[in-house]
Design a protein around this ligand. Structure first.
Ligand code: FAD
Length: 354
């Protein structure tokens, strides 16, 4: 393997939607950059999701900068997103090195030394856009249990046919939990959907685009030191996509309170009741996948590195993009990552000019 580092002014780590949005704006500024992506094929997390996943916004509200997502009836599925992202990177001829996993980002004289599975790279500026899919979160209940049945996280769930005739517990009151519980209905013998608090369903005519507007309004209020406005919902409230609606209309939408322990055969509740089941699906969310930044020893707040917008406060030549509201309002969504990427690219251009 050639061990002489390859150099670019900017290295973007991650070739999902956030990496592509970064590439779109870096190209506009005529910046020398390349994208390193661990994936073997385009699409970031989307090719790995369960088969029936539906976006929580229509196509026209799920677009990256420049080229809108082609319209489709109803809510797009994951295959539609993969196709869109594949065509997006070709359309803008974004330079992406696939099958290249970044193991570590270290400070170097003039920027960063980036260790990857395809050799070392150097850069003056690094953009981390690695998403969350590769760091599924499991609560302590799951980690410490002696449960003898199957346990899997959303990231491993693929299709309801894998659970035909089984009794399945689904944990998690967000969109993933609601969609997977609905998906299993009619295939599993019985589904118990358990949530920490009663699930919050949005009205049928409200979807992710409203939630996006609300996230922006809240962010602006926060920046201006004003109280955050109350709204109809929050990112994370459940959008009534078709399968969720069908489950609800069929009377299958009732959620159980969260159980307090997981015995060898299934959940046990505080009132002493228990349920024997074959599998538990944990739809309990994700955390930013940032292990490659460990050598930088960034200080943390609320469990993630401290940033001002996308820029790391400890290391101004490092940007973090697409992980959540802390890297820009709704920046962990298709429509929300563009504005954050645009501001970031302007800052990067200014830094490179210094
Ligand atoms: P990813 O898509 O995860 O891409 C990250 C890329 O980085 C991957 O290609 C990965 O291979 C690569 N990578 C990771 N680590 C490394 C490394 N060390 N070195 C090199 N490459 C690396 N958003 C919406 O707008 N609408 C929705 O309806 C919606 N539904 C969602 C449903 C689910 C179940 C989840 C989990 C999220 C959903 N989101 C939705 C949120 C968001 O749009 C997705 O999480 C999106 O995939 C985030 O894009 P990303 O580019 O930040 O990360």
């Amino acid at each position: 393997m050639n061990t002489r580092p390859r150099h670019h002014d900017v290295l973007v780590i991650g070739g999902g939607q956030a990496g592509l949005a970064a590439g779109f704006y870096l190209r506009r500024h005529a910046i020398d950059f390349t994208i390193l992506d661990a994936g073997h094929t385009p699409g970031g997390q989307w090719p790995h999701s369960w088969d029936s996943l539906r976006l929580f916004s229509p196509a026209q509200f799920s677009s990256l900068p420049g080229w809108p997502m082609p319209p489709v009836a109803g809510y797009p599925d994951a295959a539609h997103v993969v196709d869109y992202l594949t065509r997006y990177e070709h359309r803008y001829q974004l330079p992406i090195h696939r099958s290249t996993r970044v193991a570590a980002v270290r400070r170097d004289d003039d920027g960063f030394l980036v260790d990857t599975s395809s050799g070392p790279w150097t850069a003056r500026i690094v953009v981390s856009a690695t998403g969350t899919w590769w760091r599924p979160f499991l609560p302590a209940l799951a980690r410490g249990s002696a449960y003898a049945g199957a346990q899997l996280h959303t990231a491993e769930y693929r299709k309801p046919q894998d659970f035909t005739g089984q009794r399945v517990t689904v944990v998690g009151g967000g969109n993933s939990g609601a969609q997977i519980a609905a998906d299993l209905t009619g295939h599993a013998a019985e589904v118990r959907w358990c949530t920490l608090r009663p699930p919050r369903f949005l009205p049928d005519d409200v979807d992710g685009r409203i939630l996006f507007q609300l996230a922006n309004r809240r962010y602006r209020a926060l920046q201006a030191g004003q109280p955050t406005p109350a709204g109809i919902g929050e990112l994370g409230d459940i959008v009534a996509v078709e399968a969720v609606r069908a489950a609800r209309d069929g009377g299958h939408r009732t959620a159980w309170p969260m159980f307090t322990s997981l015995g060898t055969d299934g959940p046990r509740w505080a009132d002493g009741s228990a349920w024997a089941c074959d599998a538990v699906v944990w739809a309990t969310g994700f955390r930013p996948a940032l292990a490659h930044l460990a050598p930088l020893k960034l200080s943390r707040e609320h469990g993630h590195p401290v940033t001002d917008g996308t820029r790391s406060v400890d290391e101004p030549r490092l940007h973090l993009l697409g992980y959540g509201d802390w890297t820009g309002p709704a920046s962990a969504t298709l429509i929300g990552v563009g504005p954050a990427a645009r501001t970031m690219a302007t800052q990067i251009a200014a830094t490179l000019d210094q």
